[in-house]
Design a protein around this ligand. Sequence first.
Ligand code: GDP
Ligand code: MG
Length: 405
Amino acid sequence: MLRIGIIGKTNAGKTTLFNAVTMMNAEVSNYPFTTKEPNVGIGYAKTACVCKELGVKDNPQNSVCIDGWRFIPVEIVDLPGLIKGASEGLGLGTKFLSVAAQADALLHVVDASGSINARGEICEPGMGSPLADYYDVEEELIKWYTKNLLENADKIKRLLQNKSMRLQDALYEILSGIKVSPSHIKEALSRTKLDGIPFEDWEEEEFRSFATEIRYLSKPTLLVANKMDMPVAERNLKGLLDTFGKSFVVPASADVELLLRKAERAGAISYIPGDEKFVVKDSASLTPKQKWALEYVKSRVFDKWLHTGVDQAITIAVLKLLKRNVVYPVEDAKRYSDRKGNVLPDAFLMPQGSTPRDLAKEIHSELYENYLYAIDSVSGLRLPNDYELRDRDVITIVTSKKRKA
Ligand SMILES: Nc1nc2c(ncn2[C@@H]2O[C@H](COP(=O)(O)OP(=O)(O)O)[C@@H](O)[C@H]2O)c(=O)[nH]1
Ligand SMILES: [Mg+2]
């Protein structure tokens, strides 16, 4: 399963965001996960389900479908605030950074309202600098990657000399454990032009520039500008957008998303995560305080930003940054169901360029080993072997053996 890590300074709103996005958990009864680690939970990428256009009522098994929206699980990891010196081990920094390095993508949360100071302590709104906070945390991450490489320099040298490995293969030996792929290494070497410099001549500066590229290539990141419900956040958001551009910054309000999900669970409103509206069910039963809170949410978030941004952050990270396509495998191509008759039971997040055979591998090794060909279930056409799966494909895999019941 894909893993999204939440990083940022203390009090930026990471745990609030984590609590909001993992709240649907209880509703996914058949999803096998345990809550051994309190800071790991399941959140969801949201996508328009194919059930509507196919005109079927689905029975999702590995995911959830609400009103034609398919929610596909991803793992969410909430990391305690990273402080200055974290890469040197301060505040359990090295431990947290190594957990961050296990993620496929990161959400970097900043307090856009400027309500925290450089140390992550609550201060007067507007006094803090989300831009400076962003750079502080990134600096710790890059330092950690650099240190990691420097500590392994002798090992890399030995691999190059004793085993006459190529540099990119030796680097892969060291970095493969933190979700760095051979293509990330190749790209980082080429961007830094370090592929032309012998490794024994690398100085600290070279290690750092290589580490910086590796950090961004292997850990695609979105900047979550949190606390957008507070008016002072608007000015800071503008600064963040001017610096980083629209494709990197997601305005959000984690607290508001959490409030809405709680209100929904309590039966006070109807609200689908990520929606651009919520509906009060019975306004007569609300206390004045609840009424005020929902009015605040409407005027401060929905009227201004359309949605809370929380769901969007995860969905963009999964579908856009990690370039996943949502593919629905079905055993029965006519009924779009599995053997038990569950319609559109599963949705898989397949990396761009995957083939039906890759999908088979993802589902079951037996399916993969006995793979013959695949059918596009909607048209009924047999797909060529090198077919690249597309978003919203419904696929039936045909094998040489009937699977055992
Ligand atoms: N106004 C506002 N406050 C928020 C928002 N998100 C979090 N907070 C508040 O910020 C404080 C720190 O939040 P927390 O999630 O514990 O931060 P963490 O240290 O990054 O995990 C808490 O008082 C939250 O209620 C938001 O979207 N809007
Ligand atoms: Mg926290």
